[in-house]
Design a protein around this ligand. Structure first.
Ligand SMILES: Cc1cc2nc3c(=O)[nH]c(=O)nc-3n(C[C@H](O)[C@H](O)[C@H](O)COP(=O)(O)OP(=O)(O)OC[C@H]3O[C@@H](n4cnc5c(N)ncnc54)[C@H](O)[C@@H]3O)c2cc1C
Ligand SMILES: NC(=O)c1ccc[n+]([C@@H]2O[C@H](COP(=O)([O-])OP(=O)(O)OC[C@H]3O[C@@H](n4cnc5c(N)ncnc54)[C@H](O)[C@@H]3O)[C@@H](O)[C@H]2O)c1
Length: 476
């Protein structure tokens, strides 16, 4: 390990974290646990970052409400929305759909505040910016103060990317940061950008019987996922009246005059889409614009992101950056780990490197999860593999849950039968994947799944069935 960064009593604190999202929060608590004088600055009223305020937690709480209402109305089965149309089902109000969000975020925010307090982390309310490499100014309604720190951790996250000319008004044209302030459920929703945010929300609104049109400039969506998972996702979404316009770009976006106000999207191909609302989700950029990074001797890239080394150090050794502000993979799950590790590295505590295999969990309807390589990557790298598939419709727990379209696919090396990847689509996929993650990380493979016994009836049984399938193919 390289020499630890500066620790000196000449500063107000040993570590100052900017941002209370997953990355800043975990870094602050880890530093406090190491006995370091730690402070955390947050400019929002809600602690927890966009993860808790407008991102991960609100969207997943909303999804829970969608699932329970859509299940109740029988809308979650592929094709049902098309058959029943709007007439056959009750349209929920947005109040009904959003009521859980405020409760969950408020409770979670309190939990974070208590954790910081219990661990002796000083919470400073206000917006931080650099005065010099060891000094930050914090401005709030109460005024301006400066704080000096031996080490600084930048965990400021991101804001939605908005190309010039996109008239986001938080009413008709929205980003994911405004979406849960919708005042009524749209009949037609246009989604620009089919990344994880666009796909998750498009599929949730489609499950509420909203007609969704999704535009993405790429020809294939979610290219980092196994293609079979994306094909199944798109198949189910099409079954719920989602129209995909792929390989298409928006030339102009207007809000038409008159009531009700509607958005008009003019695509470069000449197509025109009219919608009650537009979700603009074409990626996010680092929220470094107001940090005055130049005073710290740092400069971000053209998407506001900071470059770091393997220990999350920026070009200035006592300044660390973690979470979404450093770019890929930009997940809450990884940000938590990065924050904790960075605090360990800053104080010279052995913590090992970041784990190699990171799980992907996409809370679309259907849910998708993955660990390890997708098939196309193995093919590209000429790695000989075999597949084993278990379909939920042939698994007792799948039948009990009424999910007959889910599946779990194992990819194993043809020669040594090592596990190379797991791809799951359907109910519980994001939880189920962690069995595969453990086996992959511990270097296990087909033999483990063939020998082990799972509770019955569970979705975990998919691993056994998929392993038997792969084994039969390898023996054929
Ligand atoms: C709609 C949506 C859904 C998502 N769903 C998932 C999911 O299901 N699973 C998952 O793993 N990830 C998900 N993510 C990603 C996840 O939210 C982020 O990866 C995570 O929040 C990043 O954490 P962070 O600590 O880097 O930053 P953030 O959570 O963005 O927090 C940064 C904090 O810094 C504060 N801040 C910024 N500048 C300053 C300043 N100058 N002074 C003081 N404070 C400042 C901000 O106010 C904010 O509170 C989702 C994101 C979105 C937008
Ligand atoms: N479940 C999860 O883990 C989860 C959920 C939501 C968000 N997130 C995180 O949030 C981050 C941001 O998500 P995102 O979906 O906004 O970004 P993204 O970068 O993942 O996707 C943006 C999409 O917009 C498309 N696009 C870009 N410009 C366009 C244009 N002008 N017209 C049409 N399409 C265009 C791109 O081709 C891409 O498919 C991601 O990094 C993701 O990791 C994670």
């Amino acid at each position: 390990m390289e020499a630890p960064a500066v620790v000196s009593t000449g500063y107000d604190v040993d570590l100052l974290c900017i941002g209370s999202g997953p990355a800043g929060q975990r870094a602050a608590i880890q530093a406090a646990k190491l006995g370091k004088r730690t402070a955390l600055v947050e400019k929002r009223r809600c602690l927890g970052g966009i993860c808790l305020d407008t991102g991960t937690i609100p969207s997943k709480t909303f999804r829970e409400a969608v699932c329970s209402l859509a299940n109740h109305n029988g809308l979650l089965r592929p094709g049902t929305a098309v058959r029943t149309g709007l007439e056959g089902t009750r349209r929920p109000s947005v109040e009904e759909l959003f009521q859980g969000v405020g409760l969950v975020t408020q409770r979670e925010s309190q939990v974070i505040e208590q954790q910081l307090y219990r661990n002796g982390v000083e919470l400073i309310r206000g917006e931080a910016s650099f005065v010099d490499p060891h000094t930050l100014a914090v401005v709030s309604e109460e005024g301006r103060r400066t704080v000096t720190a031996a080490n600084i951790l930048i965990a400021v996250g991101t804001t939605p990317a908005l190309p010039p000319g996109v008239p986001v008004d938080g009413d008709v044209i929205l980003t994911s940061d405004d979406l849960l302030r919708l005042r009524r459920l749209p009949k037609k929703l246009a989604v620009v950008g089919g990344g994880i945010i666009g796909i998750e929300y498009a599929s949730m609104f489609a499950a509420l019987n909203v007609e969704v049109m999704l535009v993405d400039k790429r020809d294939r969506l979610l290219e980092f996922l196994d293609r079979e998972s994306v094909d199944e996702l798109m198949h189910q979404m099409r079954g719920r009246r989602v129209t995909f316009r792929l390989g298409e770009a928006v030339e102009r976006l207007d809000v038409a005059a008159g009531e009700p106000r509607q958005a008009v999207l003019h695509l470069e191909s000449g197509k025109r889409i009219v919608a009650d609302h537009v979700l603009y989700s074409v990626g996010r950029i680092g929220a470094t614009g107001r940090l005055n990074l130049a005073s710290a001797g740092l400069s971000p890239d053209d998407r506001g992101r900071l470059a770091v080394d393997r220990q999350f150090r920026t070009a200035v050794p006592h300044i660390y950056a973690v979470g979404d502000v450093i770019g890929f993979p930009s997940l809450a799950s990884t940000s938590f780990s990065q924050g904790r590790l960075a605090a360990c590295y800053a104080f010279g505590v052995e913590a090992g490197p970041m784990i190699e295999h990171l799980p992907i969990g996409i809370y679309a309807l259907p849910e998708i999860s993955a660990i390890g390589a997708p098939e196309h990557e193995l093919t590209q790298n000429k790695i000989p593999y075999e597949t084993g598939i278990a379909r939920y419709r042939e698994i007792a727990r799948g039948q009990i849950l009424g999910d007959d379209s889910g599946f779990l696919k194992l990819l194993v090396h043809r020669e040594d039968q090592r596990l190379l990847g797991v791809h799951a689509v359907g109910t519980g996929a994001t939880e189920l994947i962690h069995i595969g993650q453990a086996v992959l990380e511990l270097g296990g493979g087909l033999q483990y799944f063939l020998r082990t016994v799972f509770n019955y009836p569970t979705l975990a049984e998919c691993y056994k069935v998929a392993a038997l399938d792969a084994s039969n193919k390898l023996c054929a």
